[in-house]
Design a protein around this ligand. Sequence first.
Ligand SMILES: Cc1cc2nc3c(=O)[nH]c(=O)nc-3n(C[C@H](O)[C@H](O)[C@H](O)COP(=O)(O)OP(=O)(O)OC[C@H]3O[C@@H](n4cnc5c(N)ncnc54)[C@H](O)[C@@H]3O)c2cc1C
Length: 324
Amino acid sequence: MRIAEMLTRGRPTVSFEFMAPRDEDEVAAVEKTVAALAGHAPDWVSVTYRKTTGQKTLELVTRIKRQYHIEAMAHLTCANTADETRPILNWMEREGVANVLALRGDPPGPGEAFVPADPQFQHGSDLVAFLRRSGYRFGIGAACSAEKHPESPDQGHEFRYMQLKVDSGADFLITQLFFDNRFYFDLVRRAREAGIAIPIVPGLMPVPSRRSLAFMAAMTGATVRPDLARAIEEAPDDDAVRALGVRHCIEQCVELLEAGVPGLHFYTFNRARAPMEILASLRGHATCATVLAHAPVRSGPLLVSPSAELASAPICTTTPAEPG
Ligand SMILES: Cc1cc2nc3c(=O)[nH]c(=O)nc-3n(C[C@H](O)[C@H](O)[C@H](O)COP(=O)(O)OP(=O)(O)OC[C@H]3O[C@@H](n4cnc5c(N)ncnc54)[C@H](O)[C@@H]3O)c2cc1C
């Protein structure tokens, strides 16, 4: 099923992003995470792509579809030439993959340049356009930044090229991770004002550790709110950092659900525990439980600003005992 359809049927979807295993040793660990999170009934999931591990992405996507009957989307990047990309897409089509996330791909490290394999694939929008004009029937997702991408000179530049992905044929967008919902609400408001009507799914990362936070903030350009940064700085140990990350993500999710987001997309980094704790908490929360389980179909444009009551609403922080 196309993910864009799920995102517009009125109930926010829950989705998890898994990182493709880098080698055989990682396969078992990833599969354990997938199995744990499959039990939490995601509407769809996705699997990251790297040129070196591309085969593992395809294998995991098809295995999730067959074994768990969960819609699994394959990421694909501009790491390949057009001639290398076509057989990958043909394979996906044959195997029944219904959705592709078309991306440029990460540079080798923060501050380094991305080098495209093919001059015709410089940006995410090029891959989106290629997928559309080549006649494939995939649902097409693309990435966007709630904040400024580290390589962008300004928000205007970022927005212009997000629009190009939509004009090139993207069916939905997933944001890069952010820790302050105001960036997301602002992006959606500007998008709707500019006539962009496709769903924009917020991408969320519960902070796993100080080190990961520093790395991901540098890679993505995400702003860490001063209150969160201070709390993390003052946390006595790694467990306390992780607990803070979960709590902050729950607060983000509550506000986002209340505001009518089309879905919640969790960057899992192949760890099941934090997303499981977050979902358990949301399902124990009076408003979110109803929204996640069986919300009435919304017909208007997706809501973009949180209610005043929500800002002061208490959050439920129950944590199940299942480690991931
Ligand atoms: C949901 C999600 C999943 C991801 N999964 C993966 C993955 O599986 N593998 C991986 O390697 N990376 C992944 N990434 C990371 C992503 O590849 C990086 O964030 C990358 O830097 C941007 O990808 P993009 O498709 O948005 O690139 P682009 O749209 O190409 O944007 C990159 C920069 O170029 C600018 N730009 C875009 N188009 C143009 C243009 N035509 N002319 C001039 N400038 C332009 C943009 O404003 C931005 O500054 C993911 C990111 C997200 C949000």
